[in-house]
Design a protein around this ligand. Structure first.
Ligand code: GTP
Ligand code: MG
Length: 249
C-alpha cells in the first residue's frame, strides 16, 4: 500500500468494523453507527467471509474486502492501515457481530479525548448491567487472562479481551505497521504498556452477538487461554513495541 500523502482531513474518526461471516448482523451494526456517530466514517473489514457479508453492508459504506481470511489481527491491521493512509486522528473498533452497541461509542471517545490515555477499552465488567452477563465459562476464561496480564504487567484491565476500543493517532500509526495475530487483544495491552503507552478502561454496556456463531466454543476457549497466556509470557522477551512513547514525544 502507498504511504500517506497529501493533506489529510483533521479531527476525523474512523470506526473499524471487523467482520468474518457476519452477514446476519453487520448491516444493523453499520446503521446503528451511522445513527449514533453521524460525523464518523465507517469501514467494514470483510475478512474473507464466505457468507456474502459484504452484500449486507449498507450502500455508501466503505468496505475493505480481504481476499482470504487473515484472522482478527490481520483484519484490524488492515483497518488501521486504512486509517493511517487516510489521515484519521481517532479509530474505534466495533465488532461486526452486534455485541458492541453504537450508543456506547461516545463513552470511549469521551474517555480518549478527556484523559491522557492512548487507548481506551470498553469494559462490560465495569458496568452494572442487569440485561447482559457473559457466559460463566467465558467470564472465567477472561478472569484467567486478566490475572496473567496483571502478574506480568501490574496492570488491571478487567475486560482484557474486549475488542471494543478507541485509539489515538500514535496508535493508528503503530497498529498500521504491526498488530499481533490470532487472539490479539490481551497482547496489545501488554505490549503497549511495556512501551510506555497509557491503556485505560471505561464502563460500557455490551450484549450477546445478534446473529451468527461464536468463534470460541468451550474447548477452543481452553486452548485460547493457554495460547494467550503463553504468548503474554513470551512477549516479555520482545523489545518494547511500538516505538517507546517517550522517544516519540
Ligand atoms: N473469529 C473471527 N472473527 C473475526 C475474524 N476476522 C474478523 N473477525 C471479527 O472479529 C470480531 C470478534 O470476533 P468474535 O468471534 O465475535 O469474538 P468474540 O466477541 O470474542 O466472541 P463471541 O462473540 O462470543 O463469538 C467479530 O466482529 C468477527 O466477525 C476471524 O478470522 N475470526
Ligand atoms: Mg463477538
Amino acid at each position: 500500500m502507498p504511504e500517506p500523502s497529501g493533506n489529510p482531513p483533521a479531527n476525523q474518526c474512523l470506526v473499524i468494523v471487523p467482520a468474518y461471516n457476519e452477514a446476519g448482523s453487520v448491516g444493523q451494526v453499520v446503521d446503528d453507527l451511522r445513527q449514533h456517530l453521524p460525523d464518523a466514517d465507517v469501514l467494514v473489514v470483510d475478512d474473507g467471509s464466505t457468507d456474502g457479508t459484504h452484500r449486507s453492508v449498507p450502500k455508501g459504506t466503505r468496505v475493505l474486502r480481504l481476499p482470504f481470511n487473515l484472522g482478527i489481527g490481520g483484519a484490524m491491521q488492515a483497518g488501521y492501515r486504512y486509517a493511517l493512509i487516510h489521515g484519521y486522528d481517532t479509530a474505534l473498533q466495533v465488532d461486526g457481530d452486534g455485541q458492541h452497541p453504537a450508543d456506547q461509542t461516545h463513552k470511549l471517545i469521551e474517555a480518549l479525548t478527556s484523559t491522557d490515555a492512548d487507548i481506551v477499552i470498553g469494559s462490560r465488567f465495569l458496568s452494572d448491567d442487569p440485561n447482559y452477563k457473559p457466559p460463566a465459562a467465558r467470564a472465567a476464561g477472561i478472569g484467567v487472562v486478566r490475572t496473567v496480564l496483571r502478574l506480568l504487567s501490574g496492570l488491571t484491565i478487567t475486560d482484557c479481551t474486549s475488542g471494543f476500543r478507541a485509539a489515538n493517532r500514535d496508535l493508528i500509526e503503530a497498529f498500521a505497521h504491526w498488530y499481533p495475530e490470532d487472539y490479539p487483544e490481551p497482547e496489545v495491552i501488554l505490549l503497549l504498556h511495556r512501551a510506555g503507552f497509557k491503556v485505560a478502561e471505561t464502563p460500557v454496556l455490551m450484549r450477546e452477538r445478534t446473529a451468527g456463531q461464536t468463534s470460541i466454543p468451550f474447548f477452543k476457549g481452553v486452548f485460547y487461554i493457554l495460547k494467550v497466556s503463553l504468548a503474554l509470557v513470551l512477549d516479555l522477551a520482545r523489545a518494547p513495541w511500538p516505538t517507546q512513547k517517550a522517544s516519540r514525544s
